[in-house]
Design a protein. Structure first.
Length: 430
């Protein structure tokens, strides 16, 4: 991934030097297990215990000749360490190293992403608590609907990302599997103890049954979860973008001192972070489809998945890391305009109370059809004459026969829409 969308902690997981260190650890642990089984001498693992300074250029040089990355690595290790190469990688196949390493890197990446999600959840919870009782207009189809609270918006997003946290936790467990079972996964040339030993030492779970590779349905699920998280990020970003529009202005991104919004129009303060998150979400979701297609491999294995994963796995993890951190910072620094919230509440001239009037008419004895006709006809007058909904209703004799003016006025109370907020919050923040 390009540096613009990369953070050091996550990028380090996917650097070549880290990958080779993991490969070396897997080989060392396999040698330890083989020695315990008395298959190879004890000193092989001991000689691999010291840190190796990897010359990546030299490894690539070897690979340019042998045309095989794991063989190039093993050749390089043999050059750097006085080890009997007959026993290095004994009974193993390349995917034992590659797939187990990938599991470690995905597990480490998930640790970072889960930490990011915790921070995001904390930011959303704080906003939900801070604005729990700030009544704002709700919208459906982009149109004014009924009042809700700003806190409920954040509570809804909190619940959504809380589900994502659990999904990613499950996905991490699913991809954190170890495979040290040999050429076609049948343990013909290596004892199952080796896999169990390496798995325990690496913090992984032994694969249930593999071919020459770990089954790719595990990885497909991981990418699917990332795609869902990306969609949730876009869900928040779209809400912010809409509420920051000039004619709404209820929420806006923080605009720092010295920041410039447009090269041409100095007055502009654009929702650039939310727009960026929308774009990054599209990118992350695009990785789902090749991951799904990687599930179907020929027989015990082919390498059609390999080139795909070399590209999409690091990029997806790095972009997701960047996006979650950006979204958290965005939420932390959101600017809330309470005056515009109130102005927008009043701009519909009371029409946002239409359902409450409808239900009261039904409760008072009218059929739903009769009640709907009365409410809708008066609502249309408000739109046509730019009048006030309550005033129009007070002039409707058919309505006043059922509800008196005092009762009618009581229906236009914003507090009514907050009565079950505590109930909702108790479910969300349990």
């Amino acid at each position: 991934m390009i540096p613009r969308y990369s953070r050091k902690e996550m990028s380090s997981v996917w650097k070549e030097n880290n990958k080779f260190n993991i490969w070396l650890k897997i080989e060392k642990l396999a040698c330890e297990a083989q020695a315990k089984l008395k298959v190879i001498p004890n000193d092989v693992a001991e000689k691999l215990s010291g840190a190796i300074e990897f010359d990546i250029g030299r490894i690539y040089e070897i690979e340019s000749t042998v045309k095989h990355d794991v063989i190039a690595f093993l050749t390089y290790v043999a050059e750097k360490v006085e080890v009997d190469v007959r026993y290095l990688h004994y009974g193993m196949t390349s995917s034992d190293v590659l797939d187990t390493c990938l599991a470690v890197q995905l597990k480490e990446s998930c640790d970072i992403l889960l930490k990011n999600l915790k921070n995001l959840l904390a930011a959303l919870k704080k906003k939900a608590e801070d604005y729990k009782d700030i009544v704002c207009v709700g919208r459906s189809h982009g149109m004014h609907a009924e009042p809700t609270t700003l806190g409920l918006k954040f509570a809804r997003f909190y619940a959504e990302f809380k589900r994502s946290y659990q999904r990613l936790t499950n996905a991490q467990r699913e991809v954190a599997t170890c495979k040290i079972s040999g050429a076609v996964g049948n343990f013909a040339n290596i004892d199952p103890f080796v896999e169990e030993y390496v798995a325990e030492e690496m913090g992984l779970i032994p694969e249930t049954v593999s071919s020459q590779v770990i089954p790719r349905d595990r990885h497909a699920m991981f990418f699917s979860v990332l795609g869902v998280i990306a969609s949730s990020m876009e869900n928040v970003a779209i809400e912010i973008r809409h509420l920051q529009r000039t004619e709404i202005g209820e929420i806006s991104e923080y605009f720092s001192i010295g920041q410039k919004g447009s090269s041409a129009m100095p007055h502009k303060c654009n929702p650039i972070l939310s727009e960026n998150l929308t774009g990054l979400s599209r990118l992350i979701r695009s990785y789902i489809f090749p991951a799904l297609e990687n599930v179907a491999l020929w027989h015990e294995r082919d390498i059609s998945h390999s080139s795909v994963e070399r590209c999409i796995v690091p990029d997806a993890c790095i972009v997701m890391d960047f996006a979650l951190v950006r979204l958290t910072d965005l939420i932390d620094k959101l600017v809330i305009d309470k005056e515009n919230i109130e102005k927008n509440l009043n701009s519909s001239k009371g029409l946002i109370f239409s359902q409450r009037v409808l239900l009261e008419l039904v409760h008072s004895g009218l059929t739903r059809e009769e009640a709907y006709r009365i409410v809708q006809s008066n609502a249309m007058k408000v739109k046509q004459d730019n009048s006030d909904f309550l005033s129009e209703l007070k002039q409707d004799k058919s309505l006043l026969e059922v509800i008196d003016s005092e009762k009618l006025e009581s229906l236009f109370d914003l507090k009514y829409y907050e009565k079950h907020i505590d109930h909702i919050y108790s479910k969300v923040f349990n």
